[in-house]
Design a protein around this ligand. Sequence first.
Ligand code: C5P
Length: 237
Amino acid sequence: MTEPRLIVALDFPDATSALALAERLDPRMARLKVGKELFVAAGPELIRALTDRGHQVFLDLKFHDIPNTVAAACRAAARLGVWMLNVHASGGLRMMQAARAALNGLPAPPRLIAVTVLTSLGRQDLAQIGLDLKPETQVLRLACLAAAAGLDGVVCSAREAPLLRRELGPDFLLVTPGVRPAGSSTDDQQRVLTPAQALQAGADYLVVGRPITQAADPVAALQRIHDEIRLALGENA
Ligand code: C5P
């Protein structure tokens, strides 16, 4: 089996519900994303519990601070054994370089990716913080800065993926949320793509939350999306 392209967003308020689901998910089919709510509630213990159960964890805490502080946070995350972690590219080149340097030399460093422009921000929001430009222009600028700092990739919407893939080449990781299997609810996501469409747009990893976490049968939902991905990649499901 090739490495999983699917990342399940474990958006739960506490460790008990997160672990109850994680125990039912096959680590060979998906990695798990732990974000701010769950990490603030359940902390490093939960990350250890997940990795002890064989799961690979994307720690989605979007660090954004002075270089020294971010570097220390990245080192602490690496000590927890996470597979991937992220920082805000708008923290600047030196901050990202410090994060990169903090992980270099580790025996198995986590993938280090950046958030460019939050998809909740539109043109007006950017103007309010002094950025009078199109969101896509800023996304590309920050993605190029992340690449220049030696980061492994960015989180992006599948809509931005073709441009970033073209500009940043085949090895730059594109991690894409807003993915919905054909026929499922879009929840509060504005623009959704199916797993096949997201992969075609250039995504390497697909983040899917509620279609799995809120499904009546999460294991079956995971299996369906996993099969859809393998089909799209031309692999035998
Ligand atoms: O439930 P759903 O599939 O919409 O979850 C998507 C996950 O990806 C959530 O954890 C959400 O915070 C995250 N995310 C997103 N859009 C972004 C960045 C992150 O939906 N632009």
